[in-house]
Design a protein around this ligand. Structure first.
Ligand SMILES: [Mg+2]
Length: 178
């Protein structure tokens, strides 16, 4: 989807929550399995700093995933995620329910994803973002497409794009918080 820079800034200014898919977005989509099942997923620490930056900008953070994984639960705790929606096969419906409960609208939601099960939510939210190696239908449904790949910097890049559009002062954070 092509939109003007002005519209992109308008959309960015309305964002109150940044949700991300997990597998293929915060990870490279690979999982190490043992005979007992899922064993390991790999996350980027540079992506982790993206959650810190969002908090500094006053934007709340969420995970939304079809899976129900203790590994992801640990990651959510470590990153101090504000909302963890898991085990949902219908992400759009789950998000519509969430925004209703919170008294928000879909234009307040940014979402980054990579797969077919993200397409409806990417189209419906205020700022749909696809990772660089997303499925082509997910890319076609997004307003922003990252160069970075899932689990390898795409999330961090998406956060910086959003914060740049909002005129976020990175120097102030470096001086005061780091
Ligand atoms: Mg995914």
């Amino acid at each position: 989807m092509e939109i003007s820079l002005d519209e992109l800034r308008e959309r960015a200014a309305k964002i109150k929550w940044f949700f991300c898919d997990i597998d293929g977005t915060l990870t490279d989509g690979c999982v190490y399995y043992s005979p007992e099942g899922e064993l390991l997923k790999k996350f980027s620490l540079r992506d982790g700093t993206g959650f810190f930056l969002l908090r500094q900008a006053g934007i709340k953070t969420g995970f939304i995933t079809t899976e129900n994984s203790p590994i992801v639960e640990q990651r959510a705790k470590k990153l101090k995620i504000d909302k963890y929606i898991f085990g949902t096969h219908k992400k759009l419906e789950a998000m519509q329910e969430f925004v209703q409960i919170e008294g928000l609208s879909m234009e307040n939601i940014a979402f980054i994803g990579d797969e077919l099960n993200d397409v409806k939510l990417l189209r419906a939210c205020g700022l749909g973002i696809a990772v660089g190696d997303a499925d082509k239908r997910a890319k076609n449904s997004s307003i922003v497409i990252c160069e970075g790949l899932g689990g390898r910097g795409a999330f961090r890049e998406a956060v910086e794009i959003l914060l740049d559009l909002r005129g976020f002062d990175f120097e102030k954070i470096i001086n005061n918080n780091l």
